[in-house]
Design a protein around this ligand. Sequence first.
Ligand code: ADP
Length: 554
Amino acid sequence: MAADEKKKAPEAGAVKTGGKAAAKPGTVKAKAAPAKRAPGTARKKETKPPAEAAPVEEIPVEAAPAEPELPTPRRSVAFIGSECYPFVKTGGLGDVMYALPRALVKQNCDVKVILPRYKCIPWEYQEKMVYRGAFQMDLCADGRSFYVGIMEYIRDGVVYDFIDNEEFFGWGNPYTNLVDDIPKYCYFAKAALAALNYMDWIPNIIHCHDWQAALVPVYLRTLFDATKLASARTVLTIHNLRFQGVYNIPTIRYWSGLPDYVFNKDALTVNWVDANMLKGGLTYTNAITTVSPSYAGEIQTPEYGESLDAHLRYHSGKLRGIVNGIDCDIWNPLTDRSLAFNYDASNALERKKENKRALQQELGLEADDGKFVIGLISRLTDQKGLDLVNAILPAVVDGNTQVVILGTGDARYEDSFRWYENAYRGSVCSCIMYDEARSHRIYAGADALLVPSRFEPCGLTQLNAMRYGTVPIVRETGGLRDTVEPYNMFTDTGCGFTFDRYDAGLLLDAINRAKTLYFESRPYWDGMVLRDMARDVSWDVSARQYRELYLQLT
Ligand code: ADP
């Protein structure tokens, strides 16, 4: 710990202002949006008229298009979560933590993202971080004190503040095991609030994500209740209800240092003996969101509720679903540097074939753009419906179809996909790895993408796929149901193929319907490819919905 740089901690949230100009409690530091010059309105160079200039006909100066006005009023939002692309990403949460703040900046929000400073963050970002301050913070029930450093990095109008502590974040991947993760995220939740107080940055909204940040609303309404920060309203977003941060009460009580009264059955306690960090956050937060309207309904049922369905039904008045989008700058086939051939809607049909051949060569598949290539990009876990895929793979690989799998996860899926690759060499390729660039090439080169999930809060792969003109084949659950309109052959509408019950036969049927259209009615298939590419899968609509929610809360 950098002892010489320590300042005395704001005691359990007591505010200690840093050297920066202090804001009034509860007020937003309303930074005026930088005055922007509309494109094309650059100052005109003054030019001398030519010496013998004939009377010149005045050329009307074309008025530059006005810069779109930012919606008012401005709101300040602190995002608190455990991962964020490009620093650290293990799944969709990382994508959302990156893309939503950027979209909110365009909605006139002042956004700060608070993250752990994991050792695994690439050096190219670590070296650009700027030291913002440090202090000591009490954490545990016995008042043990811990170092909290703040390192700052600013990019595209979003401020990233990394909470620095070697003891918690100095080794391993973000998530290791619950024994280590529970103390780590108790520390992180409290340190994030203490850091806001320390920087004297009092946002209108504190937007927390998943169980790793779920203690934030609990701390805010207990140990931080007498601080300036208490004026902030909280939103807790559930990205995946399966992960809740559950451990025995004595451990969580010790590490969190939270008062005894929060360990009751309406807040943190479950099954009389365990504490559930997500449940506590759901109780204390002002609003709950999840990442699609369908999932918001599903998690209130015993089938999808992961034992919190009754609790969520009780709090349903403050629960709503807002579907995720994707960052259309990163996911842009026209500018994507990972692709062999860039394309947009004007040349997609040809260029996708070229990307398909490049992909086949890269992966050692038979190079033939006449084959139907199905991609699957996923964590290899039970959630993702891989037992269905395993059951039908031999029936899918019929000589005209190839399957490309990219993912890591449970050994049994990794092993079975490796086995299939071996058994169907040239037709099946299993890339058991995490490879961002290769994922882009699969989205570009495949014809269809499988997402047969058992449950899917939102799902991003089907959105990425549509953006790249790859037709999704999905199970009708959660966000998949909300984002993939089933193809209707009578009206020639829709953007993918879907099936409802969790059943391998129905998945095979959906794949066969896709193949039939591809092989027998190509113009209709091509029409769907172009419809998919034209769909708005950006964050714009959803960011507006989040902004509305922030306005309602403040
Ligand atoms: P989840 O968050 O449940 O893992 P999502 O569909 O919400 O699933 O998000 C998954 C994201 O991670 C997508 O952007 C997808 O492209 C990416 N992804 C998943 N597995 C891999 C992998 N093995 N290599 C590269 N990217 C991957």
